[in-house]
Design a protein. Structure first.
Length: 501
């Protein structure tokens, strides 16, 4: 219950300055912890050929809760031999069962998986928050519902591939190797697996080493849905495991979401191999605010664009380009808004910004922020108090940023916003496109003609107008330049999982 702020009478009488006011201290919320049971096991094995099996080496690794640094579970560590077992199982399932099923039957399995995800939504949301550090309200209201929506959507396509690609002969690619990141573990799994299965392919998937739990819990849903053995196989591990998945000779296609650096390695490795490849990589998105934009709406869009999921979003609006005439007003509103963001326990439903995913990522954010200060940008941090345990970083923005600063060029992948200014439409476009990336952008203006102009001139796979971070299974997502190639979602995403002739 909200309480009125109290100011010490002694402080007033003695003329001491009052401490800096923090909204969370003035009107504190009672803790609202999520109480659903995530039903986590103390140990998870690999999921191969429809069953949970230990790694051949017997090796395991720990996965922790970044919110408090406590161990969650031991996870089997897959090596090349385990990856080979998974691909052999996928090939058997592909040749004997899955590719022979009519589309309407494949669709039934996808519908069943979607419904089971819905049935266990709160359980999966809590597991996602515990292992990844994101606020429970984001996992509950976005990640899990959107994951289920992707399975529903692609279930509808399973028996309509001939209509999706009229005039073409459509066939599945075969066995697909997929590697997903740690920022949206369950959602990225759905983006990868749902279209692959709808198109008649089988899958070997490797989740990120820091967030393997919801992928392995998802394997329980596959068993409950009675998906034929070998259609989906899940192998956990770090870089060596991912490399084994990517390079396996039975992989007819590789789908990777992650860093641009690793994406370049994969592209070089697969060059000339004949394997199909899609890459969804990094970003340094520009959120462009013009002087006619509704400022309050724009502030909320900018905050959502960069602080959603602690900034662990490849399409995060990490560069704010604001027209000079409103720059001071917009920055003032942003600073005020940052003061109201609640940083803390990811399982508290009041939390806006949760834990950074890992200690390594936290150190990377700190290093890049330090470079911004060293290069002369002006730093503003939310005055919030951080928990004593766990990996946390204050919501941060930089002003006085130039295009030469590292914070304006490199992907920080954290809750850090760089503010630049512009005078004309042409300058805004030039600065927005002055990046190696091309994944997303946002435009804030009341002029429809200006929106259409920038949508055509901004070199980004997705351009949002007067909003940001809006996703839908029917809409394709992907980038240009060093943000990768290929699309996920929509008919365009489905096309990357079929052979057309």
């Amino acid at each position: 219950m909200a309480t009125a702020p109290r100011v010490s009478r002694n402080s007033r009488r003695q003329g001491r300055p009052a401490p800096e006011l923090i909204f969370g201290d003035l009107w504190p919320y009672d803790p609202a912890p999520e109480s659903a049971d995530p039903k986590l096991k103390t140990r998870y094995d690999l999921f191969i050929d429809g069953a949970f099996v230990p790694a051949k080496s017997g090796r395991t690794f720990e996965t922790i809760n970044p919110g408090n640094e406590k161990k969650l579970a031991d996870v089997a560590l897959a090596d090349a031999a385990d990856v080979d077992r998974a691909f052999q199982a996928a090939r058997r399932a592909q040749e004997s069962v899955w590719s022979k099923l009519p589309g309407r039957e494949r669709g039934k399995y996808l519908y069943r998986i979607a419904r089971l995800l819905q049935d266990r939504a709160r359980e999966f949301a809590v597991a996602e928050t515990l292992n990844g550090g994101k606020p429970i309200k984001e996992a509950r209201d976005f990640d899990v519902p959107m994951a289920a929506a992707h399975f529903f959507y692609h279930a509808g396509w399973a028996d309509k591939l001939a209509f999706a690609f009229p005039g073409a002969s459509v066939s599945p690619v075969g066995v697909v190797g997929q590697v997903i990141p740690w920022n949206f573990p369950l959602l990225m799994l759905a983006w990868k697996i749902a279209p692959a299965l709808a198109a008649g392919n089988c899958v070997v998937l490797k989740p990120a080493e820091t967030t393997p739990l919801t992928a392995l819990k998802f394997a329980e849903i596959l068993q409950e849905a009675e998906l034929p053995a070998g259609v989906v196989n899940i192998v956990a591990g770090a870089g060596e495991t991912g490399a084994a998945v990517v390079s396996h000779p039975l992989a007819a296609k590789v789908a990777f979401t992650g860093s641009t650096e690793v994406g370049k390695i994969i592209q070089r490795q697969l060059a000339g191999s004949g394997k199909k490849l899609t890459l969804e990589l990094g970003g340094k998105a520009a959120n462009v605010v013009f002087d006619d934009a509704p400022l309050e709406q724009a502030v909320e869009g900018v905050v959502n664009g960069i602080f959603f999921n602690q900034g662990h979003v490849c399409c995060a609006g990490s560069r704010l380009l604001v027209q000079e005439t409103i720059a001071d007003a917009l920055v003032a509103k942003l600073k005020l808004r940052l003061r109201s963001l609640r940083v803390g326990d990811p399982l508290d439903k009041n939390t806006d910004v949760g834990a950074i995913n890992s200690k390594a990522q936290l150190e990377k954010i700190r290093e890049l922020v330090a470079s911004g200060v060293k290069e002369g940008a002006e730093l503003y941090e939310s005055p919030c108090r951080l928990p004593a345990k766990g990996f946390y970083f204050r919501p941060t923005l930089f002003t006085q940023v130039s295009m030469s600063h590292r914070i304006a060029r490199e992907e920080i992948f954290g809750p850090v916003l760089s503010v630049l200014t512009f005078r004309t439409v042409e300058e805004a476009v030039e600065k927005a496109n002055n990046t190696a990336y091309g994944l997303s952008a946002g435009v804030w203006t009341e002029k429809g003609s200006r929106i259409l102009k920038l949508a055509g001139e901004l070199k980004a796979g997705v351009v949002w107008a007067n909003t940001f971070n809006k996703f839908d299974p029917t809409s394709p997502f992907g980038g240009y330049k060093e943000s990768g190639f290929g699309r996920e979602g929509g008919r365009q995403g489905l096309a990357d999982y079929v052979n057309l002739s």
